[in-house]
Structure formats: C-alpha cells, structure tokens
Design a binder for this molecule. Sequence first.
Ligand SMILES: Cc1ncc(COP(=O)(O)O)c(C=O)c1O
Length: 393
Amino acid sequence: MNELFSNRISGVPPSFIREILKVAVDPSIISFAGGLPNRDLFPVDALQKATNDIFIEDGKDILQYSSTEGYLPLREMIAADYKRKGLEISVDEILITNGSQQGLDLLGKVLLNEGDEVLIEEPGYLGAIQAFEVYSAKFNSVPVHQDGMDIDVLQQTLKTSNAKLMYTVPNFQNPSGISYTNENRQAVAQCLSKTKTLLIEDNPYGDLRFSGEEKQSFKALLPEQTILLGSFSKTVVPSFRLGWIVAPKALMEKLVIAKQAGDLHSNYFCQRVLHRFLQDNDLKAHIEKIIAVYGKQKAVMEKAIERYFPKQVTYLNPEGGMFLWVTLPEKLSATTLFDKAIEQKVAFVPGDPFYVKKRGLNTLRLNFSSVDPDIIEEGIKRLGTVLHQLLDN
Ligand SMILES: Cc1ncc(COP(=O)(O)O)c(C=O)c1O
C-alpha cells in the first residue's frame, strides 16, 4: 500500500501530541499534556436554547447548504468585534473556516509550492508545522523569548530568506505562553515591511488575558501583509469547529476557491447555532468567567511550582491563555522526565517537537486549563518529587 501514498503525505509524521495523549488517557494519570479548554465552562444550556430556538424559527433553512464565505450575520459579528478592538475589517475580508486549523491548511494550499520557505516561531505551534508540512514547506525558524521574537535573528534571517509566510501566535503562544510586547511587535513589523513576506497572526487565545494590557495587532502595524486567524474554540466550544481567516481581497478570492474545492462551506448548522448564541448572550461576560477560572488555575500551578520544583527549574509566567512553559537544566531531558513522571502518574508534553531547527530537549509544556486546582497542586507535587530525584543525585 505504501507505494500508493503521495509524496505530500508520506513525509508528514503523525502528531506527537496525539501519541502522548494516548498514554495520558488512563484516568488515574494527572495530565497536563492536553490542550483542551475546560469543559465545565462550556455554555451547554445556552447552546441548547439557541439550537431549539433556531429549529423552531428557521428549521428548514438551518439544514440547507450555504455559502462558502460563511453565514453573513456571523461574519458581521466578527467584523464588529474587530471594530471594538480598533481594527477596521470589512465582512468581505472574512471567511468562516472549519476551525482556525483549516485556515492554516488553506493558506498552505493557496500559497505554498514544494520547498517554499515558511518562517515559524521557535518553539512554535505543532499544528501549524504539520499543516505546512503537508505542502512540503521548508521551515526556517526565529526564536521567541519572554518579550517576543528575537529581532536580531529575524533581521539576519530576512537578509537571506525568501519566505512567503511567517507564522506567529503573538498572544499567549502555544506552546510557550509568551506574548510579544508592543515594542517587539513594532520591530517585527518594521523588519517585515521591507519584504514581501506575509505575516500570519494566529490568535485563538488573545481574549483570554488574566493580566497586563491588550497589545497591538500586527494588522494595525502591517495592514497589507497581515493575515489574521481567529477561533471560537477557546471562547465558546471547540466541537463546532468554527474559526475564521481575515485576508486581503486578492488572497481571499483564492482562499474561497480552495475552501470550495475542499468542503464547499463550514458546517452551516453550527454557524447558525453559534450566531444565535452570540446574539442572545453576552460573550464578553462568558469570557470573563473563563478568564477568572483559568487565571486561578494558572496561579495555583505557579504557586505549586514555586513550592515543589527545584530552583534550577525555571518557567515563564503567562499573562493569559492555557499553557505554562518550563525549562529544565540543560543536562536533563524532558523525555527522561516524561518516562519517570508517567510512572508517578503525571503527564506533560516534552518541548522538543515544537522546534523545527534547534533542539529544545530540556523544555516542556504544562496545560492548566483542563485540570482542577487541587489536582494541579497534586500533579505538580508529583512532578516536583521526580525532578528532585533526577536532579539532586
Ligand atoms: C495556536 C493555535 N492555532 C490554532 C489552533 C487550532 O484551533 P481551532 O480549534 O480553531 O482549529 C490551536 C489549537 O489548539 C492553537 O493552539
């Protein structure tokens, strides 16, 4: 059978995280490995009511095919939200996608030929690496630090790069939780303005801020070259698979063709339920609830790390999102730690797969959004015990 597979798919490994999650499904394991939103915060009753209401009012229409671009009133809501945030985006620039993940796939399909260069943050989102790997992208990376992208490396890289795309998650990045400062964003935009490279700002976590000030979007700094990806997965529910892409007109025309060829349109029924939910409920108030819970979970994790981890182990304190990034002393590999931690029934994601160039063997990602605070405390305590065993000898 293998000889039948296309070159395109043969070179793409399965997602490392899915493999890890298989280990972590054992219910006795405390898992910081997932990247799931907290299911206790899903607005179940309100979504049920929205569904009932649209069935009663518009039962036939909600079951019909629809337009590739997506349900217009939902796109209008997205445009209105950008306006509140100071960005003028017209509905024609918005395409509803099957999660923001499909936005990545469509961009790969429309822009990348085999071997085309893509710049990505290091560490960077695995789902983006996988999406662009399918189009046989050649990756080049720019490290991200506490304040954002490494501008020196970016400048150096751009001297010789002919990348068509640069992929970023500037708010509470997956995996590192890092957010770019405004100064860093301005410097990145300044560097890219001298090139033809398109910048992707993927922002699924941006609304989940527990501290600090909202930052500038690249769309305001580099309007012609910026593509925005958005998602309802972390603010409403992931199962609807609803996200969107904002792109300049010429690119949008091609994205619409690619989406038409792929799936005709995103699930219309879910678009209608979501739209009705957003019409009848205060999304901002709902997001405030999520922020309160995640903020508490993050604080509990941080406190437990301070208490139980050896002092040589450092971490980055995120201002929002769902992840906390840990760096071990160089001599200790996170995979070694993983094997020992599983014996103590605690799991996390080793950081190395998030790197496309350099290795990140001594790094790891902890998710706090889907674990209850008392369980977080216990899991970090167990991890701390293993770390002491490995480092104190
Ligand atoms: C940075 C980033 N982009 C995109 C996605 C995919 O999200 P969606 O559910 O909208 O496809 C995720 C999911 O975890 C993510 O972390």
